[in-house]
Design a protein around this ligand. Structure first.
Ligand code: PFF
Length: 458
């Protein structure tokens, strides 16, 4: 069957401005993964050693894969399936199936949007006062997640509609515009909070907790989670960055952009961790709290700061909402672009179709945490929510990363890759990057997967 790419033939591809692309890619990377997940995972896995594994993976694997992913998008200039197919040599067109990694975004959105819904709910709850005791805060969070299915469905739906609205506005008028507003605001709030956190005596404890590596606490599960999270936080392995890069302005440097995005993403995760733990340790609260960390412990801690605490809580949840939304749009866009490119759908239709899909499964995910419906929406005793999260973060994204590394490292003609990147990196760094994408990234990822399957157990 001959495939017709509508965008190539009938439409002019919209392009980001250079700063618009950086903000959109950074907006995708900086998300709930940085502000909600990274701090609580660091707590769960004991602090410094987990942070170190995360930093090592980002430096040696994440950055190289990000360059590779941007490269496929920038050279292909189509949706993920189209780009893989277009760039693969004639006898290896089966690589187009790797492009279906774009659909992982919708799987992630099933739970991501539920969490954005919780954040919206908290933004309004803050006005009725912060909880004073942990028991009270925990009871409130447990009641929301375990009992208030209707309220969760409402806020989940609000999140789906807002994300759908932005994506439907397209690359320039929606994605670029919103990122250019939300990202700088988010940075301002977080760094403002950091400045304040630095004045607290909990700050030095938070610093030690995050940067003093205690290897006795690390185990193979922690390593798998740290590697998986590095991919999640950088938005790698599912074609989000690739899809955005299809609209990369011609004069933008892939290497520079990938570096800025990786750096910003890492910095923001570390800042978020420092801010949260400074507040926590200031009040003598323990570190290991799980996913409720920002919803249970943080509001209680902030309630001790009086009115200032309410303002801080409001700003914090606002930053969290902004971070979540700018990532969410990048999770939906790959599928939307695929539907537009391949089937000639209008953006409107593509957005409605994909939103409905993840909205529906998202309801199953949130019900899986409720007392009334939990059993029905669990498999083998595991709630659907956890299954969706674990499958994407620890299996599908690293698998997507592996495919990208192999494709760029071995399948794409070296001359083509060289022509695209050498003038940005210079010969020496190009060779270092290529070594990383051909050897370090695949070995690290295969190693992680073997560990995950329990075949290897370090
Ligand atoms: N990077 C986002 C975060 O840290 O929250 C999540 C994410 C967005 C993952 C886009 C994957 C993706 F393609």
């Amino acid at each position: 069957m001959k495939i017709i790419y509508k965008r190539q033939t009938t439409m002019k591809v919209a392009q980001f401005s250079r700063i618009g692309f950086i903000m959109a890619a950074a907006g995708s990377a900086v998300g709930l993964g940085n502000i909600w997940k990274f701090p609580y995972m660091t707590g769960e896995y004991g602090g410094g050693a987990f942070v170190l594994v995360y930093l090592i993976t980002i430096t040696f694997v994440g950055f190289s894969v990000m360059v590779a992913e941007m490269l496929v998008g920038a050279l292909g200039r189509l949706d993920t399936v189209g780009s893989f197919e277009k760039l693969a040599p004639p006898n290896q067109k089966g690589w187009k199936y790797a492009g279906f990694m774009g659909f992982n975004g919708l799987i992630i959105m099933t739970f991501y949007s539920v969490v954005i819904g919780w954040i919206f709910y908290y933004l309004f709850e803050i006005f009725s006062g912060l909880p004073i005791q942990t028991d009270q805060a925990k009871a409130a969070f447990d009641a929301l997640v375990g009992e208030k299915a209707g309220i969760q469905i409402f806020w989940h739906t609000v999140a789906v509609i807002i994300v759908g609205y932005i994506v439907h506005k397209g690359i320039k008028g929606g994605i670029e515009k919103f990122n250019l507003i939300l990202m700088p605001t988010l940075l301002l709030i977080l760094f403002g909070m950091l400045a304040y956190a630095m004045t607290l005596d909990g700050f030095s404890k938070a610093w030690d907790f995050m940067f003093a590596s205690d290897w006795s606490k690390i185990n193979s599960e922690a390593i798998v989670r740290a590697v998986g999270h590095s991919f999640f936080t950088l938005s790698l392995g599912m074609g989000a960055i690739m899809t955005y890069a299809a609209s990369l302005p011609k004069n933008a440097s892939i290497t520079k952009t990938a570096f800025i995005v990786t750096f910003m993403d890492t910095l923001i995760a570390l800042v978020a961790g420092l801010v949260i733990y400074s507040f926590l340790f200031h009040e003598g609260a323990p570190a290991a709290q799980g996913p409720g960390l920002v919803f249970i412990s943080l509001p209680v801690v902030l309630s001790n700061f009086g009115t200032l605490g309410t303002v801080l809580a409001l700003l914090f949840f606002l930053a969290l909402a902004f971070a979540g939304l700018t990532s969410a749009i990048s999770l939906v866009e790959p599928v939307v672009q695929y539907l537009i490119d391949r089937f000639g759908w209008t953006r409107h239709k593509a957005v409605i179709f994909s939103s409905l899909l993840y909205w529906l499964v998202g309801i199953g995910a949130l019900l899986s945490y409720t007392k009334a419906w939990g059993a029905l929406f669990s498999i083998g005793g595991k709630p659907l929510f956890d299954i969706l999260e674990y499958t994407t973060d620890s299996i599908l994204l690293p698998l997507g990363g592996l495919l990208i590394a192999i494709f760029v490292g071995y399948i794409l003609q070296k001359e083509r890759v060289y022509a695209a990147l050498e003038h940005e990196m210079g010969e020496k760094y190009f060779n270092v990057w290529r070594f990383s994408i051909r050897y370090i990234a695949p070995i690290a990822l295969v190693f992680m997967m073997l560990n995950l399957m329990g075949i290897l157990n370090i």
